[in-house]
Design a protein around this ligand. Structure first.
Ligand SMILES: Nc1nc2c(ncn2[C@@H]2O[C@H](COP(=O)(O)OP(=O)(O)OP(=O)(O)O)[C@@H](O)[C@H]2O)c(=O)[nH]1
Ligand SMILES: [Mg+2]
Length: 409
């Protein structure tokens, strides 16, 4: 962490924790009261019915509803770190939420493997000594191993070398400088896009296509986006344009149900994905939808190229709603490391992408691939996913990402 006054920060975090704890206690009390009133009003028979329904849901999903209130965890290192990251971004104590803390904790834990083979090793090697040309060689190896990519690694190492020629750089200052350089790399395509935070534009139809090879997490990500979007009061609709996987529509309906978002689909075998999108646009226009999320296939039934299929979908959108704001978001599985980077490059060549979403950042040692995507494919990262739950996706924040990747505790 780059907080100059860590005692104060810990104090700050402690106050934040106490406040959140109090708030959650109050919420719990209120909920309890409401629940008691409800219980009184309900007949015994109705209660039984409810219990049955909950039990069935648990069986279907293997877990209870994921949209439940997030619980405040322990006041530990994770809490302190997360609170400090929020404080460093100017958040006031009463502005932070349990969800934010929970997410940052997940991100930090998720990137632990990436970090382990990296900062920990680097700090071990450096100790408190100043950086030397030899430690730069070590750093170079570590960056490449974390899948940061050759270009980004070269860039960072060169900047550090220049700095070393000018002054003595201690271990901690080296990490600070490294964070700054990595952040610059990730931020560049975001700055170039002119949009810091991707949100649907009001008053227009926004169409977000989720594309990528099979299994990277397109459908799951779409489900999480539907939740984020409807929770933020955007009228949202889902188009099930993956007509290859028989279970894809069912999978989407489960996600849609969780956030009360309808799914437009065509159950007939070998339905044309572009036709599904056509129907979905009609519905979206009728219902004044803000955001249409389109799930696409990672594989096709014929030898047709994925790119051709995507081009066809795009053509339909352009023809039917020329003034729609279209985003083609490439979904990439971080655990695939360099392989994911290869996919990104081949999609970028032909699929006219506007952004990337990195998934599965929980528990991979290859989180560094996000840097390679920014530097080598020049794509702004828009969201990142770190888990299978509905809340495990957040708009990308380069500061938080780099802090989590290089957290030194
Ligand atoms: N741990 C973890 N698992 C994830 C994440 N995102 C998706 N998954 C899992 O990855 C698997 C594949 O996800 P899908 O959403 O079905 O992937 P897809 O890209 O739609 O796959 P196809 O439709 O076959 O092309 C599922 O088991 C998901 O639960 C994530 O952020 N973390
Ligand atoms: Mg899918």
């Amino acid at each position: 962490m780059t907080n100059p006054d860590s005692d104060n920060s810990r104090e700050w975090a402690a106050q934040a924790y106490a406040l959140l704890k109090k708030r959650q206690e109050e919420q719990k009390q209120e909920l309890k009261k409401e629940e008691e009133q409800k219980q009184e009003l309900k007949k015994e028979e109705e209660q039984k019915q409810e219990i049955m329904e909950i039990a069935t849901k648990k069986n279907i999903f293997g877990q209870s509803e994921t949209t439940a209130e997030t619980q405040l965890g322990e006041f530990d290192d994770n809490f302190t770190w997360s609170a400090m990251v929020l404080a460093a971004q100017g958040k006031k104590i009463n502005q932070i939420s349990v969800d934010e803390i929970d997410w940052l904790t997940k991100l930090r834990k998720g990137l632990e493997e990436t970090r382990k083979g990296f900062v920990t090793e680097l700090l071990d090697k450096l100790g408190d000594d100043p950086l030397t040309p030899e430690s730069l060689d070590d750093l170079e190896t570590l960056l490449i191993r974390a899948d940061v990519g050759i270009n980004s690694t070269d860039k960072v190492i060169n900047s550090l070398r220049t700095k070393l020629n000018e002054e003595v750089v201690g271990g901690e200052a080296g990490i600070k400088f490294l964070k700054k350089e990595l952040k610059l790399i990730i931020d560049k395509p975001i700055k170039n896009s002119g949009t810091d935070l991707l949100v649907p534009q009001k008053g227009k139809l926004n169409v977000w296509l989720l594309v990528g090879v099979n299994g990277v997490g397109k459908t799951t990500t779409l489900g999480k986006l539907a939740y984020l979007s409807s929770k933020s009061n955007y009228k949202t609709l889902i188009a099930a344009a993956d007509t290859f996987r028989a279970a894809a529509v069912e999978q989407l309906k489960v996600w849609g149900d969780r956030s009360n978002v309808d799914v437009i689909s065509n159950q007939s075998k070998n339905a044309d994905p572009a036709a599904v999108v056509f129907d979905a646009i009609n519905s979206a226009q009728k219902r004044n939808v803000d955001l249409l999320l389109v799930d696409t296939a990672g594989r096709l039934q014929t030898k047709n190229n994925l790119m051709d299929e995507l081009a066809k979908i795009k053509k339909i959108i352009d023809k039917k709603v020329p003034d729609a704001i279209v985003e083609s978001l490439l979904v990439l599985d971080a655990s695939q490391g360099q392989n994911g980077l290869k996919q990104a490059k081949s999609f970028a060549k032909s699929a006219d992408l506007s952004g990337a979403i990195i998934t599965k950042l929980d528990g991979t040692s290859r989180g560094g691939v996000s840097l390679a995507v920014s530097e080598e494919v020049n794509l702004p990262i828009r969201f990142i996913g770190a888990g299978e739950g509905i809340k495990d996706l957040r708009p990308f924040n380069s500061y938080e990402f780099v802090e989590a990747m290089l957290a030194d505790k």
